[in-house]
Ligand binder design. Structure first.
Ligand SMILES: C[S@@+](CC[C@H](N)C(=O)[O-])C[C@H]1O[C@@H](n2cnc3c(N)ncnc32)[C@H](O)[C@@H]1O
Length: 233
C-alpha cells in the first residue's frame, strides 16, 4: 500500500469507499474544540500578514486562500483572475514555496509558509471571511487508518468551514472527494449547499500536480461547496 505521493502515480491500493467512522469523527471534532497549540512559525507568519489582510478586508475587498498551494502556480492564476482580491498561498513546505522566488508574483499575492490547520484557526479567531478557498490536490492519505489526516477527518475541519466562501477541493482520488462531500452533508442541518463531486475536464492545468496527473491520463475530481455563514466562529 502506498502513502500520499509526490509522483503522478495512481492511487490504486487504498481504502475502498467512504470510511465507516466518518460521521463519528466529524461530529466529534464539532463537539470538541481543537486545542493543539499554534506552531510558533505559523503564529509568526500570521502576525506578518495580519495588518495587510485586515486593511484589505476593512476596505470591503475580498480575501482568497489557496491552501496547500505547493509551488503556488494556482495562487498566481487565481490572483490574476481576481485582481481586486488579496490571495494568500499557504503551504508548510519552504522548499516548494521557494520555487517561486525567481518569479515575479502578481502584486495581490502573498505566499505564507505555515501549517494550514493553525493558520485557519488564527484566521477564524481574527474573524476573517473568505470569498473563495481552494485546496487543490491535498495529500490523500489513502490508508484507512489515516482518515484523521484528511482535512474532513482532521480536528481543523470546523475552522476550515468557518472561514466561509466558495470552497473547492480537487483530487485524483475520488474517495477523498466523496468523503469530503459526505462530511459536509453530515452537518447539513447547520450549513451549506453542497454540490456533488464532479469529474473534471481539465484543459489548462491549475497546478503542477494537476498537470502531472493529466499527462498521466488520470481521472480528476472536484468538490465545490458554498459555505453560507460563520456558525462555528
Ligand atoms: C500533493 S501537494 C499539492 C500541491 C499543489 N496544490 C499542487 O496541486 O501542485 C500537497 C501540498 O500540501 C502541503 N501540505 C500538506 N499538509 C499541509 C499542512 N498541514 N499545512 C500546510 N501545507 C500542507 C504540502 O507541503 C504540499 O505542498
Amino acid at each position: 500500500m502506498h502513502e500520499a505521493n509526490n509522483s503522478a502515480r495512481r492511487i490504486t491500493d487504498a481504502q475502498i469507499g467512504i470510511h465507516k467512522n466518518l460521521a463519528l469523527v466529524v461530529k466529534k471534532h464539532f463537539r470538541n474544540q481543537h486545542k493543539k497549540p499554534i506552531a510558533k512559525h505559523t503564529q509568526d507568519a500570521f502576525d506578518v500578514v495580519k495588518d495587510k489582510v485586515e486593511v484589505h478586508l476593512k476596505a470591503g475587498k475580498s480575501l482568497i486562500f489557496d491552501s496547500c498551494c505547493g509551488t503556488a502556480m494556482s495562487t498566481q492564476i487565481i490572483a490574476l483572475e481576481n485582481p481586486s482580491a488579496l490571495v494568500l498561498g499557504i503551504d508548510r513546505s519552504a522548499v516548494r514555496l521557494a520555487k517561486e522566488t525567481n518569479v515575479k508574483l502578481p502584486g495581490n499575492v502573498i505566499l505564507v509558509q505555515a501549517e494550514c490547520a493553525d493558520f485557519w484557526k488564527l484566521a477564524v479567531g481574527a474573524g476573517w471571511q473568505l470569498q473563495k478557498h481552494t485546496i487543490l490536490y491535498p495529500n490523500p492519505y489513502p490508508k484507512s487508518k489515516h482518515l484523521k489526516r484528511r482535512w474532513h477527518g482532521h480536528p481543523a475541519f470546523p475552522d476550515l468551514l468557518a472561514l466561509g466562501g466558495e470552497l473547492e477541493l480537487r483530487s485524483n482520488w475520488k474517495v477523498y472527494m466523496d468523503e469530503f462531500c459526505e462530511a459536509v452533508k453530515i452537518l447539513e442541518d447547520k450549513i451549506y449547499g453542497c454540490r456533488s463531486v464532479e469529474e473534471l475536464a481539465v484543459i489548462n492545468p491549475l497546478t503542477l500536480f494537476e498537470k502531472k496527473y493529466q499527462e498521466n491520463g488520470q481521472s480528476l475530481y472536484s468538490c465545490k461547496i458554498t459555505l453560507k455563514n460563520t456558525l462555528f466562529t
